[in-house]
Design a protein around this ligand. Structure first.
Ligand SMILES: Nc1nc2c(ncn2[C@@H]2O[C@H](COP(=O)(O)O[C@H]3[C@@H](O)[C@H](n4cnc5c(=O)[nH]c(N)nc54)O[C@@H]3COP(=O)(O)O)[C@@H](O)[C@H]2O)c(=O)[nH]1
Length: 776
């Protein structure tokens, strides 16, 4: 806001009143109000200060003065004649003449002008307006006089006395006392009054702007969500905003004039005062944190407060301005972030980085005291399937319970941490011997294997624990954890729910495994795998009706490696997924080549691993491979082992169905070894069963095996399934299988698995031996 210019001297113009009838009291009272006129002149002018001025003027000049608002209310008056105070204004009939005069004069007034008016009571009033900006808010009056040139008609006043029942003598005496002024004198007095009005206008406008600015400032400060307050140098509150009222649980009216010890405990109030003084002494804002009891009984809140010295008009410190921000939530979040940096969010246990820090300290301690430390890596058995079946939220509750049980199983000085997932580490600090660790490990196995009651069911899991020792097995933390991990894998392999101590041999085995795994990865990326194909003969027609694709690894140094030596590792490492995909795609492509070369009825069997069979996208993969190669789906036979099918029969039926829906055939491989129940066999949407090699091998010598083969044939006939006998090496085996009606034969008797390039030649040159085939 700019500074207000001083009031200009107003040139005085006499403005004669022209009409008596253009206004009424109502028209003035019902004038539309604007913001300024709503404030009113009385609110803007220091009426008390005006009083002494008007008194002085009246004393000096002997003229009556008044300040009236537009509704005719007399705000200030001086030097009034007794004719008015004792007579005209006391009787309603006469007073109405005064009001009419006031109201007439209240209209038609322009800034810098004055008008005079002879009221019906026979006296003159002169008036000039008080404008605030463009708003006419009130009027300054001089009046209750006669002009020198007036002829005072005594009979008029005598008649008035009679009409209004005045004491005639007293009234006429009062009229006689009415002062007389020359018009020049009235003009010069009004010049003074007009300037006074201009001054009052200026003052009012200044006050108005000040009020507006104060109002805006208050609105602004009250809208702030942060508490704001002002105190003088003695710590007495001068002002505050709503947020501060809320903070101390009081109102501004009650806060202003009080000190901190009226609202806060003495010690805290003294602390606040100290911080006030610091800011005042520093001459610049000071920031600090204050824990303040909440007014509404909630827990204490933490405020970040900035206190700045408040300069007075002379520049010297007049107090302190404070503004505070509730940082309780922010602090809590920061504390949580700090906590999470070192702890696991779910169980509250130390996380990996905190574990390593604490192990560092424990190792240093163990070194000084010549003691050992045991590091246990604990993995929960079957946790993934718990998560998959009952959901992650229940899995999470289980992990929290496991954490509690682990903490209860060890001493306070030991370390329990969660590495992530279902992996925990327990470090037993300062142990004497191996049996100490064995005892704790056995206790942990018992504790964790005990049932976990949940709301609507009971869960079970067990731990596989690997243990290694500082300093015997390793001295570095990473090594210790790694060795414990190796031992934990051995515990898993040893049937789970047990603990194993780390040994050097384990490390060697792991190293070999890691090397093999790497080599397998390289083999995949460098295309070191090839497919060999073993022909499948149909006895009736004497033709090669199909081939089984069997993968081989052409190792650059070790030569050809058979699947038995790498498939288990590929399954463990899940590299079987990309490998199996390649096998499927390559087998389809090769079949297409043979179909195009004229072997157009040839069928292709492909082995599927249990890992592949569990993948939801297997049907998509098969569909793509078949479509991309452009071979009929019915020519593709997917072999799954009987034990695989029986592992989760319900779920597997769904997968088999999805595959047969594509048109491919499903073969139950290694039949007889997987303990199929007849009930399931009926439900499996399979087309072919393959009698396991182990029953064929001893057909000639073992009656049980021949009986199993016969029973398998009977069963297959009943279920409408084809049978393939694999591993046929001798003519006797062949003849027996033919005699029990087995149509399809695979085995070294006809051919070992051979390279793709050899198949065409084999098919063309193939001459089936004569076999008597039993027709069922
Ligand atoms: N998931 C995948 N598994 C595969 C794949 N390729 C092979 N395999 C699996 O490896 C197992 C061993 O295969 P392999 O060493 O190739 O042995 C096959 C034949 O060579 C062997 N066979 C065939 N006839 C005879 C015989 O007369 N005598 C004899 N001693 N062995 C013989 O049998 C194996 C084929 O068996 P099957 O699969 O049951 O038909 C193999 O069993 C597969 O499980 C692959 O790509 N993916």
């Amino acid at each position: 806001m700019g500074r207000l210019a001083p009031p200009e001297a107003v040139p005085v113009r006499w403005h004669k009143a022209e009409s008596r009838n253009e206004f009424t009291a109502d028209s003035i009272r019902t004038r539309p109000k604007n913001p300024v006129s709503q404030v009113g002149v009385a609110a803007l002018i220091d009426v008390e200060s005006l009083r002494s001025f008007l008194d002085g003027l009246s004393d000096l000049v002997g003229i009556a003065t008044a300040l009236l608002d537009l509704d005719g209310n007399i705000l200030q008056s001086a030097g009034w004649q007794s004719a008015c105070t004792a007579f005209h204004r006391t009787v309603s009939g006469s007073a109405v003449n005064c009001t009419e005069s006031d109201l007439f004069l209240a209209s038609h007034l322009r800034k810098g002008e004055f008008v005079d008016y002879k009221c019906k009571n026979g006296l003159w009033d002169v008036v000039t307006p008080v404008f605030v900006g463009k708003e006419h808010l009130g009027n300054l009056y001089c009046g209750q006089f006669f002009y020198e040139d007036d002829v005072v008609d005594e009979s008029f006043f005598a008649a008035q006395a009679e009409r209004f029942n005045y004491d005639k003598a007293a009234y006429l005496a009062a009229i006689a006392a009415i002062p007389r002024f020359s018009r020049e004198k009235v003009r010069s007095v009004m010049g003074l009054v007009v300037n006074l009005a201009a001054y009052l206008s200026h003052l009012s406008l200044t006050n108005l702007r000040l009020q507006e600015s104060q109002g805006r400032m208050e609105a602004l400060i009250n809208a702030l969500p942060d508490p704001v307050w002002l105190k003088d140098t003695n710590g007495v509150y001068l002002s505050c905003n709503r947020a501060f009222e809320h903070l101390v649980g009081s109102t501004v009216g009650n806060i202003v004039g009080r000190r901190d010890d009226d609202f806060f405990p003495a010690e805290l109030a003294e602390f606040f005062r100290g911080k006030d003084r610091e800011a005042i002494a520093a001459g610049e804002p000071r920031r600090n944190e204050e824990l303040v009891p909440a007014a509404d009984g909630r827990p204490a809140i933490l405020l970040e407060t900035v206190k700045a010295p408040l300069p007075g008009a002379d520049g010297a410190p007049a107090g302190v301005l404070g503004i505070a921000r509730d940082i309780t939530e922010r602090k809590r979040a920061e504390d949580r972030i700090r906590f999470l940096a070192h702890h696991d969010g779910l169980t509250g246990l130390p996380n990996r980085s905190s574990l390593y820090e604490r192990m560092e300290q424990s190792i240093a301690m163990a070194r000084r005291c010549g003691k050992a430390m045991a590091v246990m890596l604990i993995d929960l058995d079957g946790f993934k399937s718990i998560n998959d079946t009952v959901g992650h939220h229940v899995g999470d509750r289980l992990l929290v319970e496991v954490a509690k049980r682990l903490e209860h199983s060890v001493r306070h000085s030991d370390i329990v941490a969660r590495l992530g997932g279902d992996e925990f580490v327990v470090a037993l600090t300062a142990i004497e011997n191996v049996s100490d660790a064995a005892e704790v490990a056995a206790k942990i196995v018992d504790q964790l294997a005990a049932p976990y009651p949940m709301v609507d069911h009971e869960l079970r899991t067990s731990p596989s624990i690997g243990i290694c020792f500082y300093p015997d097995d390793a001295t570095e933390i990473n090594e210790l954890v790694k060795n414990a991990d190796i031992a934990m894998y051995r515990a898993k392999a040893a049937g789970r729910c047990n603990f194993q101590f780390y040994t050097e041999e384990m490390r060697t085995a792991v190293a070999e495994r890691v090397t093999a795994e790497k080599a397998l990865e390289v083999a995949l990326t460098e295309g070191q795998f090839v497919l060999h194909y073993q022909p499948l003969i149909e006895l009736d027609s004497g033709r090669v009706v199909g081939v089984e694709a069997l993968v081989r690894w052409r190792h650059p140094e070790r030569g050809t490696i058979l699947p038995g030596d790498f498939i288990p590792l590929a399954e463990e490492t899940r590299l079987i997924l990309p490998l199996g995909k390649w096998v499927l795609e390559e087998a389809c492509r090769q079949l297409k080549r043979w179909h195009d070369a004229g072997l157009n009825e040839l069928e292709m069997s492909v082995n599927l691993s249990a890992i592949q069979f569990q993948e939801k996208d297997l049907p998509d993969l098969v569909k793509q491979a078949v479509e991309r190669a452009g071979v009929p789906a019915s020519c593709i036979h997917l072999e799954i082992t009987e034990s695989m099918a029986m592992r989760n029969p319900q779920q597997n039926i769904v997968m088999m169905k999805a595959l047969t829906d594509l048109g491919v055939k499903v073969v139950l491989d290694d039949f007889g070894t997987g303990y199929s129940s007849l009930a399931y066999l009926k439900l499996f949407p399979i087309d072919i069963i393959k009698i396991d090699r182990s029953f064929v091998r001893d057909l000639e010598t073992d009656e049980n095996d021949s009986a199993i083969c016969e029973m398998t044939m009977l069963l297959a006939r009943k279920l409408g399934l084809q049978v393939v006998a694999e591993g046929v090496e001798t003519e006797a085996q062949l003849n027996f299988l033919g005699s029990i009606g087995c149509q399809r034969i695979q085995g070294y008797l006809f051919s070992k698995p051979i390279a793709a390039e050899q198949i065409e030649e084999f098919v063309e040159g193939f001459r089936a031996p004569r076999v008597e085939v039993e027709r069922g």
